[in-house]
Ligand binder design. Structure first.
Ligand SMILES: [Zn+2]
Length: 408
């Protein structure tokens, strides 16, 4: 048994060592289980000489009883517990009777008797109620309820997947990264300068009318007009401002135009822009890069062609077509009908592109005589729709799980 400690001024004394123990109301320290076995010793050996000291001893014994009682869960443990406290020869209560009560001084006897009676009443009542609980099997039932059945299947939490647009971007990114492009992104809120002027689209240029732009409503004292970018092309300018040639980047992102939603239009859609500028980039590099991408994305059997077109920031500008992936370029649909996807032409419009207009280099301090390059802008939603046979752009934005689940 560890020594009992009490507070005696600045130092701790062992029972019996403090000569004037009986004249103090002592604070015993309850930092150790000091009553363990205390019933086997006489009160004199425990250093108890005054009735006031008994209250602490009995309280400690009672606390120990309560804590042991709470741990009893089955019949075997209950019997051991009951004998340990009520056993005629070696039980705790018998020990208190023999060692504390019988040899007690007349001064202490009355208090010991009262404390013992109180403790016995408590012990008897508790042991009886414990017996009822154990015998009724209630404890086992409660235990069985608490038991964790590790063989039960766990809770399956549904995990989503990457959105198809995101997956398509990943595919496109992998293709371009494999040939030396890197990915850059830019702001979705732009100034007219980056969205138009620096791309060779001055104010009052008719192309601006096609873009039905969303301007932001701002206080007059604000930073000047801002708009939701109508294409990812501003990032070309921002990239060239920061970086000298060679530049090889792709720019994915959301763009905004005031289109009414239908199967092929949305006021928000996804573009992926490409830009390559270096000292010796030719039109052949341009068409070769596009052809490589298209074959990687749609498969080696598709063909590409380009037609002249017009964009303010490229010169010459072209429109790329891919041989129809639904009819294999034959223009024939099922059952001898014309292919509905390419309307019998065998070709599907893919995206616009071209050699960067030398005027654009003037905005970014590139020497138009030394550098050349190409740019392209693809609709990511359109590329996804073509490859995965989706005929309505709106399904990308409706978040219908039945649609999303098809592209895990
Ligand atoms: Zn077709």
């Amino acid at each position: 048994m560890p020594p009992r400690l009490l507070l005696a001024g600045p130092i701790c004394c062992r029972p019996g060592e403090a000569r004037n123990l009986s004249s103090f109301d002592v604070f015993y320290l309850s930092i150790m289980p000091t009553t363990d076995g205390s019933h086997d010793k006489t009160l004199a050996a425990l250093g108890v000489t005054r009735p006031e000291q008994l209250a602490f001893l009995f309280a400690e014994i009672r606390a120990r009883f309560d804590s042991e009682s709470g741990a009893v869960r089955d019949e075997t443990a209950f019997k051991q517990f009951r004998d340990a406290w009520l056993g005629r020869k070696s039980g705790v209560l018998a020990g208190i009777t023999d060692n504390w009560l019988k040899p007690a001084t007349p001064e202490l006897k009355r208090a010991v008797g009262a404390g013992l009676n109180e403790l016995r009443a408590h012990v008897d009542a508790q042991i009886e109620s414990r017996r009822v609980v154990i015998e009724s099997g209630a404890e086992e039932t409660a235990l069985a309820k608490e038991r964790v059945d590790l063989s039960l299947p766990g809770v399956v939490r549904p995990i989503g997947s990457r959105h198809l647009i995101r997956q398509v971007f990943q595919e496109i990114e992998d293709i371009f990264v494999s040939i030396g492009f890197s990915v850059v992104e830019g702001p979705e809120i732009e100034t007219p300068y980056y969205n138009f002027e620096a791309l060779n689209i001055p104010e009052f240029h008719p192309v601006r009318d096609d873009m039905d732009t969303f301007y932001l409503e701002l206080p007059k004292s604000g930073p000047g007009p801002l708009l939701l970018r109508t294409h990812t092309s501003p990032v070309q300018i921002r990239t060239m401002e920061k970086q000298k040639p060679p530049v090889r980047v792709i720019v994915p992102g959301k763009v905004y135009r005031r289109d009414n939603p239908d199967a092929t239009h949305s006021f928000m859609f996804h573009q992926i822009e490409g830009l390559a500028v270096d000292t010796d980039i030719t039109f052949c590099d341009f068409t070769g890069t596009i052809e490589y991408f298209v074959k990687q994305y749609f498969g080696p059997s598709v063909k590409t062609r380009f037609r002249p077109s017009y964009f303010p920031f490229t010169e010459p500008s072209v429109e790329f077509d891919v041989s129809c992936i639904f009819c294999g370029g034959s223009g024939a649909g099922p059952g001898g009908a014309t292919c509905g996807k390419c309307k019998g032409s065998g070709w599907i419009e893919l995206f616009g592109a071209g050699m960067v207009d030398p005027a654009v280099y003037g905005f970014v301090n590139y020497d138009a005589k030394k550098v050349s390059g190409f740019a392209f802008g693809m609709g990511m939603d359109r590329l996804a729709m073509l490859k995965y046979g989706i005929d309505d752009i709106q399904v990308f934005f409706q978040n219908d799980v039945r649609f999303l689940k098809q592209f895990p």
